[in-house]
Design a protein around this ligand. Structure first.
Ligand SMILES: Nc1nc2c(ncn2[C@@H]2O[C@H](COP(=O)(O)OP(=O)(O)O)[C@@H](O)[C@H]2O)c(=O)[nH]1
Ligand SMILES: [Mg+2]
Length: 373
């Protein structure tokens, strides 16, 4: 998952590192011709220059002399500075050094389905992190760039987080959770996964067959309820979904069940009648949580739909499904920031256990640390 985006982020890291190495070489050329650099970007204090680390790409050789030769020639004593008080061996990363790489990064983010406003914010965050940072001469700044990217992305993922498990633990029972979203994105499967997870944590669960619209929906959720060994409250196909969910809540109250997970029909967000049904559910059912489900693969469409659904029935968080098949990663980066509501879970497969609680660090690990799992 996310392999496309991971690759693009790594390209940014490389391109900034390469640019900085080039700038070092230009500096060497300047000093090699006996003209101490007047570039104001060369600043104090200075320490021993470091050779690029083994992880960097092509080692870049100084234009004329070896690094050691130059070090000795220009700076015989550690920390000694030029007349202007500036060291030749430390450099501040400047806005213009990053221009080209940041532009490429922005394109890469957009192509990875990160929403425009979110891409812009990440670029700004990364720029803020990097511009003005002092680095040593010929230091491999790959790690520095990666940290800036991590922080830049983390900042857009960091919406006022609500912890699903804490809510389940601390809210008076029964807790009602309504799932919304368009058809085929994995809503019903996600409900089954959440039921499985809650059951394993010792909670009693009731499912509400609120998708009374789609043919076959009832049978599908019935099968899940049987396999999971949980109660399903259902009406006939075509029945009022608000009534089904209401009954499920009443059942849970009477039987002292902990959590009601309510399915709804997969509405096309432009269908006014179906969206009005959601509004009715919101009026009739005092849901503790409204969770919007969409697939990671949908990219900006998912983000747009989340905003649309939010107007019919205010959402408290999102679940992204089919992350196992998503190479782009942009939806996961954009949706929380755009809706100002956290991602609660990610669906990563078709089995009941294929659901992970969303944690920004989990995403960062996949974007920077791990080969595909
Ligand atoms: N690969 C993958 N498939 C999923 C995931 N979640 C759901 N699906 C599949 O998506 C299809 C539609 O799911 P369903 O729950 O019926 O969607 P609904 O119409 O929104 O209720 C089914 O084939 C599911 O098995 C997931 O996280 N990963
Ligand atoms: Mg369904």
């Amino acid at each position: 998952m996310f392999e496309g985006l991971r690759q693009r982020l790594s390209q940014f890291r490389e391109s900034v590192s390469t640019k900085e190495r080039e700038l070092d070489n230009e500096g060497i050329e300047a000093t090699a011709s006996e003209a101490p650099p007047s570039d104001t970007t060369l600043r104090e204090p200075s320490r021993e220059p470091e050779a690029p680390k083994a992880t960097s790409a092509e080692p870049v050789q100084p234009a004329s002399k070896s690094a050691e030769e130059l070090t000795q020639r220009i700076e015989p004593n550690d920390g000694k500075k030029s007349k202007s008080g500036k060291s030749f061996f430390e450099r501040e990363i400047k806005d213009k050094d990053l221009e080209e790489s940041l532009w490429d990064l922005e394109i890469a983010l957009l192509e990875s389905d990160v929403a425009v406003s979110v891409s812009e914010e990440i670029i700004e965050n990364v720029k803020k992190e990097l511009v003005g940072t002092k680095r040593k001469w010929r230091q491999d700044i790959g790690a520095l760039v990666e940290q800036a990217l991590r922080n830049g992305i983390l900042q857009v993922l960091d919406v006022n987080g609500l912890d699903f498990d804490e809510i389940i633990k601390n809210t008076p029972k029964p807790i009602t959770i309504v799932f919304t979203g368009i058809n085929g994105t994995g809503k019903t499967t996600t409900i089954a996964k959440v039921a499985y997870r809650l059951k394993n944590q010792g909670y009693s669960v009731v499912l509400a067959a609120g998708d009374t619209y789609r043919a076959g929906a009832l049978e599908q959720i019935e099968r899940h309820a049987e396999r999971l060994g949980v109660k399903l409250v259902k009406h006939q196909q075509g029945a009022d979904p608000a009534a089904v969910i209401y009954d499920a809540v009443q059942y849970a109250r009477a039987k002292h069940k902990d959590v009601v997970l309510a399915d709804t029909a997969g509405r096309i967000h432009t269908n006014v009648n179906l969206m009005n049904q959601l509004k009715k559910i919101e009026r009739v059912i005092d849901a503790d949580l409204v969770v919007f489900v969409d697939e990671a693969l949908a990219g900006n469409d998912a983000v747009e739909r989340a905003l649309q659904f939010n107007t019919a029935m205010a959402i408290d968080g999102s679940i992204l499904t089919k992350v196992d098949a998503d190479s782009k990663g942009g939806t996961a980066i954009s949706i929380a920031h755009t809706t100002s509501k956290p991602i609660l879970f990610l669906g990563i497969g078709q089995n009941y256990e294929d659901i992970v609680k969303f944690d920004p660090q989990w995403l960062l690990t996949r974007l920077f640390d791990e080969a595909d799992t």
